[in-house]
Design a protein around this ligand. Structure first.
Ligand code: AMP
Length: 421
């Protein structure tokens, strides 16, 4: 596998899959959070510093195969130029004769940004233009035809450049033209960018070389979303902390009273199985012992605390309580490796954000004491940022779904396409 660090881009055109799927202001359509743009800079700068030229491709939003000004990558141009401190040329389509000409004319140290890949349904390979009432046969035919067009689309993108760099970790779990299929056109000339490399390094360290004790903290709404990750982690961790909405499926499975708290009734047996497996494997599984309950799912609801298994009738648990914060923080303080994914409560509402903030602080403290910490998933990352703790965590992942799938032990198409060359 080629190492970008050692690759010399001098005189080469590199097509780089970046993740510029950034949030835009609804009115002005200007970039409101440029984290993802900043994440791509070191790769782009390496190409330029070597004397190569960079052709950037990305998706933005969900235009579903249609051209739409709202989702134009033009809106990220000025933010990108400000970071790169140079002019960026914009191609109004990612393929076609104009893109070809612009790529051909590109000089060393110049940057070309291609228009949103997802303006073409070939990028995702999803037949968006198919009528809702299409028959099964029509569907089959449309999919087959799209597959052929996708091959051509991928070849057209590849024809713009001499080498391919994938640095879009956020979409690495998708088998799209620009994230996976294109690598086949660059045998011995495709590689990961610096962002993907650091994501992989952080995740591999936690999965395969974790210093013990290894404490994983899982939160969020549902057990069903995290089950594969929990199963994989049970083979690796010393302590598994479970918080957030998924707590209550476990508490109910153990016979507790959960009032109107979130619960997946069809996952009670699964919860019991996880508890059994943890015991068999000698994993310390910690569930909350108390909660902050609300009489409505509202920011200004009335609240009252209770033991986790004694939620009053009609009330719902929306955050972990003070005893739980203490219990979890103590366990996290012992850790030499910490993985955190998912909030401890409905942290979007101030009244129920305390548990999640306390966990963010506990992870930061453990890191300051020498632990390696990896935080991933949009909500936990938001909680870390909101508490001003991003620089106190060893690695904050940029890919929600991609990180989850990698940590579950799945092969990500965008990763395999390059690793298997
Ligand atoms: P996930 O996307 O699975 O990580 O879930 C994140 C969501 O879980 C957030 O929007 C939280 O508001 C929600 N959540 C966390 N704790 C609870 C809870 N106790 N009850 C209901 N929702 C929760």
């Amino acid at each position: 596998m080629i190492d970008i660090e050692k690759y010399n881009f001098a005189g080469k055109k590199a097509i780089i899959r970046v993740d510029f799927n950034v949030p835009l202001d609804k009115q002005t359509l200007s970039v409101t959070d440029d984290t993802r743009i900043r994440g791509a800079l070191s790769t782009i700068q390496k190409v330029l510093a070597d004397g190569g030229s960079a052709i950037l491709m990305s998706h933005l939003g969900r235009p579903n195969g249609q051209h739409s000004d709202r989702y134009s990558l033009r809106h990220v141009l000025s933010a990108l130029e400000a970071h790169l401190k140079q002019h960026v040329i914009f191609a109004p389509d990612c393929v076609g004769s104009q893109a070809q000409q612009m790529a051909q004319a590109l000089q060393p140290k110049q940057v070309l940004l291609l228009e949103n890949l997802r303006f073409h349904e070939e990028e995702e390979g999803k037949p968006y233009s198919l009528a809702d009432d299409a028959t099964d046969e029509q569907r089959k035919q449309a999919k087959a035809a799209l597959k052929e067009r996708q091959k051509q689309f991928t070849a057209n993108l590849a024809a713009l450049a001499d080498c391919y760099v994938n640095d879009a970790f956020g979409t690495a779990h998708r088998a799209h033209a620009s994230t996976a299929l294109i690598a086949n056109h660059f045998k011995n000339n495709s590689m990961f960018g610096f962002l993907i490399n650091s994501e992989l390094k952080a995740m591999d360290r936690v999965l395969n070389a974790a210093q013990k004790p290894f404490v994983a903290i899982m939160g969020g709404a549902k057990v069903s979303d995290k089950i594969m990750l929990i199963e994989n982690l049970l083979n690796r961790v010393d302590t598994l902390i479970i918080g957030g909405g998924m707590t209550y499926t476990f508490i109910k499975a153990q016979g507790g009273q959960i009032g109107r708290s979130l619960c997946e009734d069809d996952k009670l047996e699964l919860a019991r199985e996880i508890l059994r497996k943890a015991q068999d494997k000698g994993v310390r599984l910690l569930l909350p012992v108390d909660a902050v309950n609300a009489d409505a799912f509202e920011a200004n609801a009335n609240t009252q605390p209770s033991a986790i298994n004694q939620t009053p009738d009609g009330w719902m648990g929306l955050d972990i309580g003070t005893k739980t914060i203490e219990l979890f923080s103590e366990a996290i303080a012992q850790a030499k490796t910490v993985l955190w994914n998912g909030p401890m409560g409905v942290f979007e509402m101030e009244q129920f954000a305390r548990g999640t903030s306390a966990i963010a602080q506990a992870v930061a403290r453990a890191t300051a004491n020498g632990a390696f910490s990896l935080v991933g998933g949009g909500d936990s990352v938001a909680a870390v940022n909101r508490n001003g703790l991003a620089s106190s965590i060893s690695y904050v992942s940029t890919g929600g779904g991609a990180m989850l799938e990698y940590m579950e032990g799945k092969q990500l198409p965008g990763i395999s396409a390059i690793r298997e060359q």
